[in-house]
Design a protein around this ligand. Sequence first.
Ligand code: AQP
Length: 343
Amino acid sequence: MSDNPPAPYAGPKRVFSGMQPTSGLHLGNYLGALVKFVDLQKDFDDCIYCIVDQHAITAELQPNLAENTRDVAAAYLAAGVDPRKSLIFVQSAVPAHTELAWIFNCVARMGWLQRMTQFKDKAGKHAERSSVGLFTYPTLMAADILVYKATHVPVGEDQKQHLELSRDIAQKFNNDFDAEGFFPLPEPLIQGPGARIMSLRDGSKKMSKSDPSDQSRINLSDDADAIANKIKRATTDPHPLPETVEGLAGRPEVENLVGIFAAVTGVSTAEALRDWGGKGFGAFKPALADALIARLAPIAGEIRRLRADPVQIDAILREGGEKAQAIAAPIMADVRRIVGFWR
Ligand code: AQP
């Protein structure tokens, strides 16, 4: 037996990420992931951005799935994902995702999936009534990434555990099939302001599309009045803003609003508090609303313009799907050979 360390992955760097079309996107999706999708186009030649419609039906069936898919595509484009540089496509249009997910279902261990906190959060007290798809969500996510041998994955902090599982699955596949270096171990890109945006009503819950209260989130399609109203009604406490970051401890709603302000204005939390420490929410909230409106209004306008032309959106998605399929096909051919399927 050789004492040499296993061969590391030596392929090209490639970015992959996706969002679920469970509805239109919100500020958390934007600051946690979409801003990074756009920035990474500068540093990586190869960026693949998926709309994960098969994931979107794991928690509940979606009556408006195709329309929500176009909404998410419009949000990607409006935020600055450029289809001349990056692939934008729909997960269900590339069957290689689910084909690889099946193999990963046979590589991943039950215990690994049972530790996933997102499943516990979404399944709640009645896990036995959840769909099997919700339980195996992370193996499909690993397949989404690895069917392109993606090396870097921009996501919000809530997806960190799933990314670690993707790395474990890649490593176990490489080991089990004696194929060292075949799959890369994808690296999460999580840092930065906005990695975790919380609900406007409850600072202990993340901002989420599936929160029943629309007041809990800023939607990318919200107009200026809706944004101003939601910020005005956002939960705070009766005390002024603290002067230091340490003063935010135990004030999650305040920390969230200051974090949002810092992320959209491009300053650090400490800098924001230097300007706003000691002042009350009567002054801070309108400034926050103005900053959000300045940042999001052009995106909302562009989403509306794009949504008026579904033919253009569909053409971009179709072309992206064909290119994605062309990247995945030879990788899947290798996977089938490595696993030993008949051909
Ligand atoms: N609150 C958040 N703060 C920062 N990042 C967030 N993301 C989601 N919520 C926040 C990031 O957005 C990307 C897309 O998420 P997703 O559509 O795959 O699903 P999710 O993480 O489950 O987001 P939602 O909004 O909570 O959707 P539902 O309610 O349908 O489950 C991911 O990179 C995620 O980290």
